[in-house]
Design a protein around this ligand. Structure first.
Ligand SMILES: [Zn+2]
Ligand SMILES: [Zn+2]
Length: 641
């Protein structure tokens, strides 16, 4: 019998007899690891521990401590849900039930469920977990499987499509219940520490609106009750911070039915966006970018040489149509237009870097079911930029950009982390070009002393990328800015500069976005600040509250003195207590209370959003402070200490 050789995570190689399973390999490494093995990851795919390894496989053994363990546990929780559901509702037809980042869901047919049904199903799940049934993998012939699902057209369709060429298929069995499934799963139902069903929604079979409507039940599972409690707390906190809710309360934006996925910024939302735009313009100036504007409407041929056309039409993301025998499209990215601006002139190596920035509005056809507030949209404006440089400038260019990125996220109070996304299956350009570009990004990150994770195979098709993740006030991570190195598009478009040697060379193209898109960044910011924007961003920075009608004139004089800031006078016929509460509800950083005494003395009482107060304040001193606070983009109002 010959051996097969697998590569382990530390890079070492291990030879095992042919037909060895993942579990056999684990026992080969050590008996302790063998008995702890739950599953394996073979070349990036999570598999059952009974799966045979093949020569050349990259193998990771999954045990309780592994990152992938929670995924396995949640998939098992989805099975426990399905078993519990069928105990209570035998007529329910199962379709698919995968784990997700937050837990799991199961899509079912033939049963009417709403949230009031979840408690009894959850109680049934608790009994199944308590009973601690072994979870066993069983191989059955394709025909047997097809017969088992005589009354379930969805499972039959899975067998006829995904498993059409298989002689046998795997089932996972617990107690008297089973599910057609690839696995992997935990050893027994008792291994699931804590479960919770979260909500009921509807979905379409295979995600296609033309197909049957199914009922989707979302749940989550953890190793312990403590972990579950923490998750529920975070979820409640996230709900309170939901940017759609706060955006409506503060009247910042809307996404009306007549413009699906396309955001309308209302005056107060636009005030914030303008501040962001000015801020990014300053940063672009600092980095040496020249601002351009390029059109949204172009002939589709613009994106053919760059590869965008194929990529975006294949994924269905491109808005394109035929008009007067010509194919047109809305730009899904700004790269090709910026390349055109570069190419409209000849350049010498002395001119480089040439850096072009644009608040570029792009459109991508996200599925209507996926659209959500400011996070999943069809129309969006990137704070995009492209630098055209020669190869010796790569490290400095990337370092400079990363430095500014660090400043920016510091100004918003985000911690950041970095990830390096490398070559994926859809990559264009040679392996060598990619390797050079990836090494250059690594060198820039390392020379800045930045730690980063590697996300293998995640980069967009034209070059490796540094992704910047912002960590928000409740610990969530959002990918925001990106810096991508591209040796491919300049070749494909034959962009050139004349080198010192008088020969033509291709520049290197750096694609970068500092915030990502204004829409998404606004949503992230609303949730991060819970609507309590720093003074420089707040749509209403100061509200003046006259105690009675007699001080209205004085209130307006103070407002005039604060010219240049966003100031309102609350002239409603309300008590001062009610006006103060309204000011807090409206998340105004500063309130200036003016009564008879203040009007007479020519002073104001300052109240900030933390309910700190200062009396007898000279309005000029307040104005000077406000100017400093706004200019230095201080995170919290700090006039009153
Ligand atoms: Zn399953
Ligand atoms: Zn680009």
């Amino acid at each position: 019998m010959s051996d097969v050789t697998v590569t382990l995570p530390d890079g070492s190689e291990l030879s095992v007899p042919e037909e060895s399973s993942v579990e056999d390999v684990a026992y080969e490494i050590g008996p302790g690891l063998g008995s702890d093995t739950v599953a394996g990851v073979v070349d990036g795919d999570l598999v059952d521990k009974a799966e045979e390894v093949a020569d050349g496989d990259r193998l990771v053994i999954v045990t309780e401590g592994s990152d992938e363990y929670l995924q396995v546990l949640r998939h098992s929780a989805a099975h426990v849900f399905a078993q519990a559901l069928q105990r209570r509702h035998p007529e329910a037809e199962l379709t698919i039930g995968p784990p997700t980042d937050e837990g799991f869901y199961y899509d079912v047919a033939g049963v009417d469920l709403d949230e009031s049904d979840l408690d009894e199903i959850e109680a049934e799940m608790a009994e199944i977990i308590e009973a601690d049934y072994d979870i066993e993998r069983v191989e059955r012939s394709w025909e047997t499987a097809f017969d088992i699902y005589a009354d379930n057209e969805y499972k039959q369709e899975i067998l006829e499509t995904e498993a059409a060429d298989e002689e046998t298929v795997s089932f996972y069995v617990q107690d008297d219940w089973q599910d057609l499934c690839r696995g992997p799963h935990v050893d027994s139902t008792g291994d699931i520490g804590a479960v919770k069903l979260l909500n009921v929604s509807s979905s379409y079979w295979r995600g296609d609106e033309e197909n049957d409507t199914l009922t989707r039940v979302h749940g989550t599972a953890f190793e312990s009750e403590d972990d579950l409690d923490e998750f529920i707390e975070r979820r409640e906190e996230a709900k309170e911070r939901d940017h759609r809710k706060i955006g409506t309360e503060m009247d910042l934006f809307s996404v009306p039915d007549h413009s699906p996925g396309c955001v309308h910024f209302h005056p107060d939302g636009m005030a914030i966006r303008r501040e962001l735009e000015e801020y990014i313009r300053e940063k672009n100036d600092e980095l040496g970018y020249d601002e351009v504007w390029t059109p949204e409407l172009n002939k589709a041929e613009l994106w053919k040489p760059t590869g965008h056309y194929d990529t975006f039409t294949e994924s269905g993301e491109m808005f394109n149509w035929e008009q007067d025998d010509t194919e047109y499209g809305l730009k899904p990215m700004n790269c090709a237009n910026h390349a055109h601006v570069y190419d409209s002139d000849t350049h010498s190596y002395r001119d480089l870097p040439i850096r072009l920035s644009e608040f570029g509005t792009c459109y991508r056809n996200e599925q209507s079911g996926e659209l959500s507030g400011l996070f999943r949209v069809r129309g969006f404006t990137q704070d995009d930029g492209h630098a055209f440089i020669h190869p010796e400038q790569i490290k400095e260019e990337i370092r400079g950009t990363l430095g500014v990125v660090r400043d920016i996220y510091g100004d918003f109070g985000f911690d950041i982390s970095y990830k390096l996304e490398t070559r994926g299956d859809d990559a264009v350009g040679s392996e060598e070009i990619w390797a050079n570009a990836t090494d250059a990004l690594k060198a820039a990150l390392e020379s800045e002393g930045l730690e980063y994770d590697i996300e293998a195979g995640e980069a967009a098709f034209y070059g490796p990328k540094i992704g910047i993740d912002a960590h928000d006030a409740i610990g969530r991570e959002w990918t925001v800015g990106t810096v991508q190195l591209d040796f491919n598009i300049p070749r494909r478009l034959d962009l050139t500069y004349v080198g010192e040697d008088n020969e033509e060379h291709h520049p290197v193209m750096v694609h970068r976005a500092l915030l990502g898109t204004f829409e998404r960044f606004m949503g992230i910011m609303i949730e991060h600040f819970k609507g309590n924007f720093p003074t420089w961003l707040a749509p209403e920075q100061v509200r003046i509250l006259p105690i009675s009608e007699d001080q209205l004139g004085y209130a307006h004089r103070i407002k005039n003195e604060l010219d240049g800031f966003r100031v309102e006078v609350d002239d409603r016929d309300w008590t001062i207590g009610r006006k103060i509460r309204a000011g807090h509800d409206d998340r105004v950083p500063y309130m200036l209370v003016v009564g008879g005494d203040e009007a007479e003395a020519g002073t104001v009482s300052v109240r900030d959003r933390f309910e700190d107060e200062a009396d007898d304040v000279d309005p000029e001193r307040f104005r000077d402070h406000l100017a400093t606070e706004v200019e230095s983009r201080t995170l919290d109002p700090d006039f009153v200490d």
